[in-house]
Design a protein around this ligand. Structure first.
Ligand code: ZN
Length: 264
């Protein structure tokens, strides 16, 4: 069996025996695979932290046929995911791993999705705030992952008839239909929410087909609404609510009191 080289993101790592690990890797070359890393967690292991959760690494993998676990024979760390002061960035990184696992099948390479995950983790790693800079990265990755899974939401045309609905302050968004609905198609549908023009514009800006590297981030005030739309949409796609999804909205800053309350 040939040993093959790949770039990988570690999306899950569970102990196996005392010092070994079974890792789930999303590789650029082979897609998702599960592999045994013998002695990965031994002190002074040759893997040297390369197989920690959310690390990006180069691996040598012995591919097993017939459904057995692959074997990681070497792993060389490219970039560790660093936890800094921003909790939202850490949850965002874990959420990237969750979506890579949930939205991809084994051995189905998607290099563009790997590159999106790699770039998103690089931006979130070591992030020291502001937390408001995190959600556009996370939503951008969600839209990339949905696009790769063939489930990108319709953000410009009606998901049902393909007509372009006229601009309006609020538009109908069908969770079961996968995006915008025109007035004619909206009738009688279930699981339809009303999305503001601002939130829709933010989603369009962050979608992979339209994203420009130099585009400014959307208005931070839109975070709550955009997050609610994405959490509901992902829940329909995944068939369950992500435990991390609800943690991705950072608590809004409390208004600072500038004067003391009047004396009674
Ligand atoms: Zn329509």
């Amino acid at each position: 069996m040939p040993v093959e080289k790949a770039r990988a993101v570690v999306i899950r790592a569970v102990p196996f025996g005392e010092t070994s690990a079974v890792v789930t890797l999303h590789t650029r070359e082979f897609g998702k695979l599960r592999a045994l890393a013998k002695g990965a967690w031994r002190p002074k292991s040759a893997f040297d932290g390369a197989l920690d959760l959310l690390s990006v690494c180069q691996v040598l993998v012995l591919r097993k046929s017939g459904g057995g676990l692959d074997l990681v024979t070497e792993a060389c760390l490219e970039r560790r995911f660093r936890v800094a002061t921003c909790l939202a960035a850490v949850y965002g990184g874990l959420y990237v791993a969750e979506l890579l696992d949930a939205l991809t099948a084994d051995a189905d390479p998607q290099p563009e999705l790997f590159d999106a995950a790699d770039a998103t983790l690089a931006r979130l790693s070591g992030h020291r705030g502001p937390a408001a800079a995190v959600w556009p990265r996370v939503v951008g990755f969600e839209l990339s992952a949905l696009h790769a899974a063939g489930q990108a939401p319709a953000l410009v045309r009606c998901a049902e008839c393909g007509a372009e609905p006229p601009p309006a302050p609020r538009m109908s968004f069908g969770m079961l239909d996968g995006g915008l609905l025109c007035a004619a198609c909206r009738r009688g549908r279930r699981a339809v929410v009303s999305v503001s023009a601002g939130a829709l514009a933010a989603l369009r800006t962050l979608a992979p087909a339209r994203r420009r590297a130099d585009a400014p981030d959307p208005d931070p005030a839109l975070e709550g609404e955009v997050r609610a739309v994405m959490n509901t949409l992902l829940a329909h796609v995944l068939g369950r609510r992500s435990r991390l999804g609800s943690r991705l909205v950072h608590p809004p800053a409390r208004p600072r009191r500038t004067e003391s309350p009047p004396a009674p």
